[in-house]
Design a protein around this ligand. Structure first.
Ligand SMILES: Cc1ncc(COP(=O)(O)O)c(C=O)c1O
Length: 398
């Protein structure tokens, strides 16, 4: 594969859904750096990565943590302890990931599930508005589904009208953009995942970005035990003075009931390297996605990105016309060594974690994604010929 320092290491089966964006060069650079015997726990390299990420995202503050799920956990809890909420109702998506919703349950929010938009598979805007009117929920969790941006102009208009706090889960949408702005720069806070197979990887890893300094300070404290020593000096000193704490105690005073969700400088070192080639890798994904749509877009129900948006998918999702057609396609893909799986998690409202608490929750679009959706590989290691072959295998039995 040609590209700035990206060599595909192992592919098994022949066409994997995901590949490791940490390549041999990245590992060689890591080894070289380790030979300088640096500090390994969170330190200067993490701060450097956070600052580069903020620049790349055009956001003011970013907090690196150990997964996208931890990033979501931090967002929910920071909002809760911020004291800004008059109620704990949160509208959550039916199509997304378990940890887009799990913290709501863990922290005693009242989650209300929303149907998927028939085009982007993000929050259905009519249903969202109905729910906002009915429940006066003060918080909305949006998942930017699979790197296809949601209709942000319309969503932001609802945000202004109903004055909710927007958490934007961009864990699987890094590099996508809407009207020239990167996905992940719309919410009051946004989360990102750097897990294997995502647009970039730090092995495990996640980030929260925000322009809100007060939330950023809370996120920093909550990430590490609830202490203040990761804050800038002025904020740290003002907390110390406000609570009349002496210098000997000050590093180990806990202002919030925090977690330990830190990552390490090793992961941050990898993140900096990934960021250097992220635009190139995103471009390959974008090109592959377009090629898939050329081959299959008129034969299948697929996500339709809004005008003025750029896709950065980590897999391409197709919706078969029936479960039987999906079964035939999945079998044929497997026989040809092409990896596949269900579409994300399908409808989260049909999973036991949700159904056992709130009852099985069905919606026409989310259910169709659940029962008929499947994934095709998309990553920077694929070229036009690969995609043509995969599309042919799909069409053979479609
Ligand atoms: C939409 C979404 N949110 C959150 C996550 C969780 O990220 P992580 O695997 O880094 O915990 C994922 C993982 O794929 C995801 O797709």
């Amino acid at each position: 594969m040609d590209g700035p320092g990206t060599t595909q290491r192992e592919l098994n089966p022949r066409w994997c859904l995901a590949y490791d964006t940490i390549d041999r060069n990245d590992i060689d650079r890591l080894i070289q750096w380790l030979r300088t015997y640096p500090r390994l726990t969170k330190g200067a390299v993490t701060r450097d990565f956070e600052s580069r990420w903020s620049n790349w995202m055009a956001r003011s503050h970013s907090i690196f943590c150990n997964s996208g799920s931890s990033a979501n956990l931090l967002m929910y809890y920071a909002l809760l302890v911020s004291g800004r909420l008059r109620n704990k109702k949160v509208i959550v998506p039916s199509v997304g990931w378990i940890t887009s919703i799990a913290p709501a349950i863990q922290f005693g929010f009242e989650p209300i599930m929303c149907e998927a938009d028939p085009e982007t598979f993000g929050l259905d805007l009519n249903h969202l508005e109905d729910l906002l009117k009915q429940y006066q929920a003060q918080t909305v969790m949006l998942v930017q589904v699979l790197g296809v941006p949601h209709k942000m102009r319309e969503l932001l208009a609802l945000k202004e009208r109903y004055e909710f706090v927007l958490m934007e889960d961009a864990c699987a949408a890094i590099g996508a953009s809407y009207e020239g702005k990167k996905v992940g720069s719309f919410g009051d806070m946004a989360s990102f995942s750097f897990y294997f197979g995502h647009q970039m990887s730090t092995v495990e890893g996640g980030m929260v970005s925000t322009d809100d300094k007060a939330l950023a300070d809370l996120l920093l404290m909550l990430r590490s035990h609830g202490w203040s020593k990761d804050l800038d000096q002025t904020t740290h000193r003002s907390l110390v003075e406000q609570h009349s704490i002496d210098d000997f105690h000050s590093p180990f005073v806990f202002y919030e009931p925090g977690f330990n969700l830190r990552s390490t400088d090793i992961n941050a070192f990898l993140g900096i390297g990934q960021l250097e080639k992220l635009d190139w890798m995103t471009e390959q994904r974008r090109r592959n996605h377009a090629r898939y749509l050329e081959c299959l877009g008129s034969h299948f129900y697929v996500q339709r990105p809004p005008a003025g948006s750029q896709v950065a998918s980590i897999s391409v999702g197709l919706i078969a016309e029936s479960q039987e057609q999906r079964r035939r396609i999945v079998n044929n893909l497997s026989e040809h060594g092409i990896e596949t799986r269900i579409f994300s998690a399908g409808n989260l409202g049909l999973h036991p974690f949700w159904a056992s608490r709130y009852g099985s929750t069905s919606f026409p679009v989310a259910d169709r994604i659940h029962h008929c959706g499947f994934f095709l590989p998309n990553h920077a290691g694929l070229n036009d010929d690969d995609i043509t072959t995969i599309a042919r295998v799909v069409m053979e039995v479609a």
